[in-house]
Write a protein that binds this ligand. Structure first.
Ligand SMILES: Cc1cc2nc3c(=O)[nH]c(=O)nc-3n(C[C@H](O)[C@H](O)[C@H](O)COP(=O)(O)OP(=O)(O)OC[C@H]3O[C@@H](n4cnc5c(N)ncnc54)[C@H](O)[C@@H]3O)c2cc1C
Length: 630
């Protein structure tokens, strides 16, 4: 892949992981003239074959990868998925109250709740829901304050978004942009295309969709100032990434922009392959390569040990029985870790960088006693208000099997039209959970499907139930920093132990997070009240009998989940739990950086991937500048 056998195997930079962080930084470095090797534990999802809960014995790739509406199914495709089972709570009794908890699964003791990850080229950009929503400006300004480095300021960071995005959903502004006017501050020529799936009005069920929209408008009218509301609508046209709305921390109704190219998934897989095609002598993508340890010489990271082989990691659906072939790849300049929020701290610890007591416990010689590695784990809190409609199927989903050949698939395949161009979400509302919140902190979106969170085979609910409306609620900027990733064993093929320490077990002692999610439930209920009254829907979850604050809090504690795990190698001073510097270096080391979801001191925005892509671009600038000065 971009590399001709027989050429020098070694490079200036070795990047571990090809996901949102690793893929972005590696491609940019190679494009800028550097020789880069990417080690990726998985294979290419469009070249692999695997079944999923919809067709366990089927060959569902590349469709699971390509078709936007299949994203949940993609996250359970055997060939790409890495299943982590995590604890939300240390307390057994509380943990077992969650119906998604499994003590055993597939003949193995798993003792946790499924947390899907993708072990494949493109990382989680290969199965995510493609939602590209810009973070809050305060997220970047916070890092600037923490590091004293003004290049992290929001004003400057927006430049990275402009550099990576190729926005296709604001046509008049694209045209203006060509004339040098860019009030939206979208990017128009970057590598990541962003699109709007289809207008809500094109979804069919016009009366019903209108009722949902009207209900959202009505509910929103009660919470936002009328002048601001009209201003935001006129400027932003419901685009959450419009710079003017971002700057104003605007609330309101939004559409979810998707990272798709011609209504087909796109991400770092495409970016890497495209750069490798252009510069085969500079970018080598080594698939089926599980990094096991960073190699140091005289205190400097000079390479990575890895094992070559398929399905080596035990998060895989059917992990291989053999250990793979041990290999080493050298980096004359730097090693960059981008394995994601679970795997990067694991790899650091396996390399002797982490909390001393953990390393001692597993017999790993301590290179750097860095207590912050794996700590500060953060995530959103999410819940779904799940409603069953009174009819057998949404008009747009009639006959849908979420499989090749059904009418909706044909529409997508033949003309990139119809409901399969969407990720199932029809509209979203951004709001504050309480007036006193400094920033909007709730993202509520309406999904035409039954979604109760992640458990094995959860994705089969989508084709099985064609008459559901789920309002998913995401709480941004959670206050809990008490989660942790630690080693299960010193075996690099094992998954780490992950405990998020939700709510009462965590550090949000005031209970603000819990109350915010409860507010989210009350809010989305105002949008379904009318439909409920007209007997057009029945609320299945939490259900009409769950009404008081205490009942709702209990529901949230027992059912919440997350899927934006982050912050396990945070930027910050070492004596305050920091693992990395503002220029991505690992404290106490030379030649070693981290560039992925782990580096955030605090979980950014509503959706995380836009921030990770931006961090990847920023890291490339920092690394290139550094290289030019040596
Ligand atoms: C189901 C789901 C849906 C999501 N939807 C959205 C969404 O719509 N919008 C959004 O903003 N975010 C979404 N996310 C989150 C987002 O996609 C991830 O947070 C993001 O991709 C993480 O980027 P990363 O670079 O940190 O890691 P990843 O993208 O996970 O990449 C890490 C890569 O490193 C590889 N790797 C790990 N360890 C090793 C090793 N030891 N050796 C070699 N390779 C290794 C992995 O195989 C993987 O390819 C979703 C997540 C999930 C699980």
């Amino acid at each position: 892949m971009g590399y001709r056998p027989g050429e020098d195997m070694d490079s200036e930079y070795v990047v571990v992981g090809s996901g949102a962080g690793g893929g972005t930084v590696a491609a940019r470095l190679a494009e800028a003239g550097r020789r880069v090797v990417v080690l990726e534990a998985g294979g290419d999802p469009r070249a692999l074959q695997g079944g999923d809960p919809v067709e366990p014995a089927g060959e569902r790739l590349p469709d699971d990868y390509d078709v936007p509406v299949f994203h949940a199914i993609a996250s359970e495709n055997d060939a790409m998925k890495w299943d982590f089972f995590v604890r939300h709570y240390g307390d057994d009794a509380q943990q077992r109250r969650d119906t998604k908890y499994r003590e055993e699964w597939d003949g193995k003791r798993v003792d946790g709740v499924l947390y899907p990850r993708a072990g494949t080229l493109g990382g989680c950009t290969a199965h995510n829901a493609m939602i590209l929503v810009y973070p809050h400006n305060a997220d970047w300004d916070g890092i600037a304050e923490l590091t004293g480095d003004s290049s992290w300021r929001a004003e400057n960071m927006r430049g990275y978004f402009e550099r990576l995005e190729d926005c296709r959903h604001r046509p008049p502004y694209r045209w203006l942009g060509m004339m040098g006017l860019n009030p939206t501050r979208h990017g128009w020529g970057g590598w990541l295309q962003s699109e709007k799936a289809i207008p809500v009005s094109a979804l069919g069920d016009e009366d019903l969709v209108k009722v949902i929209l009207d209900a959202a408008h009505d509910a929103f009218e009660k919470v936002a100032h009328p002048v601001k509301r009209v201003k935001w609508f006129l400027l932003g046209q419901a685009d959450p990434n419009d710079w003017r709305l971002v700057k104003g921390n605007a609330e309101g109704i939004r559409y979810p922009p998707l990272a798709t190219r011609g209504h087909q998934r796109t991400g770092t897989r495409e970016r890497l392959l495209e750069v490798a095609r252009r510069y085969p002598d500079r970018l080598r993508i080594e698939l089926d390569a599980l990094a096991t340890r960073v190699v140091f010489e005289d205190g400097r990271a000079v390479g990575v040990e890895y094992r070559k082989g398929t399905r080596l990691y035990r998060a895989h659906a059917r992990p291989s029985a053999d250990d793979g072939e041990p290999r080493v790849v050298r980096a004359s300049r730097e090693v960059i870790l981008a394995g994601g929020a679970f795997n990067t701290p694991q790899l650091l610890m396996l390399s002797g960088i982490g909390p001393r007591e953990t390393l001692d416990r597993h017999g790993i010689p301590v290179r750097v006693d860095l207590p912050g590695v794996g700590r500060n784990l953060q995530d959103r809190y999410e819940v779904g208000v799940v409603n069953r409609m009174s009819f057998p199927a949404w008009e747009v989903l009639e006959g849908a099997k979420f499989a090749k050949g059904d009418p909706q698939y044909r529409q997508w395949a033949e003309g990139r039209k119809g409901v399969y161009t969407t990720n199932g979400a029809v509209l979203a509302v951004i709001k504050r959970s309480a007036e006193e919140r400094a920033l909007p902190d709730l993202f509520c979106f309406a999904l035409l499907g039954k979604f109760e969170g992640y458990f094995p085979t959860y994705s089969a609910l989508f084709p099985r139930h064609l008459n559901y409306l789920t309002w998913a609620i995401l709480k941004a900027h959670t206050n809990n920093r008490a989660g942790e990733v630690t080693l299960r064993s010193a075996d690099p093929r094992d998954t780490p132990l992950v405990n998020f320490r939700y709510f009462d077990e965590g550090s949000d002692t005031g209970g603000e997070d819990l109350d915010s999610v409860v507010d989210g439930i009350r809010f989305v209920r105002t949008m379904t009240a009318d439909l409920k009254e007209k007997k057009l829907l029945v609320e299945e979850l939490p259900g009409d009998d769950v009404r008081t604050d205490d009942e709702l809090r209990r529901f949230v504690r027992d059912n919440a989940w997350g899927h934006h795990a982050s912050c396990t190698c945070p930027i910050g001073p070492r004596d305050r739990g920091g693992v990395t510097t503002g220029d991505f270096r690992v404290h106490g080391t030379e030649g070693l950086r981290v560039v992925d979801a782990s580096v955030f001191p605090r979980i950014p925005g509503f959706f995380i991937v836009s921030s990770i892509y931006m961090v990847g671009e920023k890291a490339a600038d920092v690394i290139l500048k550094d290289a030019a000065s040596r």
